[in-house]
Design a protein around this ligand. Structure first.
Ligand SMILES: NC(=O)c1ccc[n+]([C@@H]2O[C@H](COP(=O)([O-])OP(=O)(O)OC[C@H]3O[C@@H](n4cnc5c(N)ncnc54)[C@H](O)[C@@H]3O)[C@@H](O)[C@H]2O)c1
Length: 288
């Protein structure tokens, strides 16, 4: 998409972190925006903040893990703006801990949001974009973790690997189908957001493997310090805007090349994967 002014975009998970930074960045380009998020109050605050900056925005409380809600989101977006040109499948959650200790609810929750949220967004919106026949763009939020399974981050890494793969498939399909719709996949490293407090949005009744994320002050302090050491979300929003305007698939930032090279090297050479662990409270890397 070369021209964004006056075009309509939908951003899932747009009430916080990277999604909110993208809303502000795309809003500055003159886009009209639908903020879709599971947190109603945060959505209202985000919409009010955008409107205060002169951005035409509406909020739709949406759980991206539920297809009926994403279909309703698509209808609401068309009701609001008549068209949808940009879809940002950004909503995501994270939980850390050893893979073998994760509960099945942990796996299902992370996959419902990070994998099914993307699938639902594609299924509900891409046919609309194709039928419009106008330039459009789909942005899927993956991660640097898409390129290699990260220790203490099994559900997250595997859901993000799937997101990358789906995005690659979609990219080829939309070219083969001769559409005017581009695809980008955003692959950030550590970004300073609220994702380490993802548990705030877990479905009621879920049984997590551990309650340390909300009940252990030391773990929380470590998590706050670790997540807070990441780059600002504005940096990711700027890079994403550039990619949409240039129709570029991969969105990387900072010094992520070294991490990608380490994983690619092990695949190309057949050597064992690099030991790469994530988050606070980690043991020293390597076998002990
Ligand atoms: N922060 C990082 O270090 C980092 C790195 C790589 C990728 N990402 C990805 O960026 C995306 C945005 O995360 P963030 O870091 O800004 O975190 P964040 O917690 O600040 O924002 C995520 C938003 O998603 C919303 N959300 C959660 N579950 C939802 C659901 N079921 N339906 C709709 N909305 C839901 C939350 O309410 C929140 O507003 C995620 O996909 C995440 O995996 C983050």
């Amino acid at each position: 998409m070369r021209e964004l002014n006056g075009k309509a975009g939908v951003i899932t998970g747009g009430a916080s972190g990277i999604g909110l930074a993208m809303a502000e960045r795309f809003g500055r380009e003159g886009m009209r925006l639908v903020i879709a998020d599971i947190e109603a109050e945060a959505t209202d605050r985000a919409v009010a903040g955008l409107r205060a900056k002169g951005v035409e925005a509406v909020g739709v409380r949406t759980d991206v893990g539920r297809y009926a809600e994403v279909e309703a989101l698509a209808r609401a977006a068309l009701d609001a703006f008549g068209r949808v040109h940009l879809v940002v499948n950004n909503a995501g959650v994270s939980i850390t801990g050893p893979t073998w200790k994760m509960s099945l609810d942990d796996w299902r929750w992370v996959f419902d949001v990070n994998l099914w949220g993307v699938v639902h967004g594609i299924k509900a919106f891409v046919p609309i974009l194709i039928a419009q026949g106008e330039p459009g763009h789909v942005v899927n939020m993956a991660s640097l973790a898409s390129f290699g399974g990260t220790g203490e981050h099994g559900p997250y890494s595997s859901s993000k690997a799937a997101c990358l793969s789906i995005s690659q498939s979609l990219y080829s399909e939309l070219i083969a189908a001769n559409t005017r719709i581009g695809v980008s996949v955003v692959c950030p490293g550590l970004v300073s957001t609220n994702i380490h407090r993802s548990w705030r949005n877990r479905p009621a009744g879920d049984r997590p493997w551990s309650d340390r994320e909300w009940n252990d002050p030391q773990h929380q302090a470590n998590s706050d310090a670790f997540q807070g050491s990441g780059v600002g979300p504005d940096e990711i929003a700027d890079a994403t805007l550039d990619a949409v305007l240039a129709d570029r698939f991969y969105v990387f930032h900072g010094d992520s090349r070294e991490v990608r090279e380490r994983f690619a090297h092990s695949v190309l050479s057949g050597e064992n994967p690099p030991v790469h662990t994530w988050g606070p409270d980690l043991r020293p890397a390597g076998r002990t």
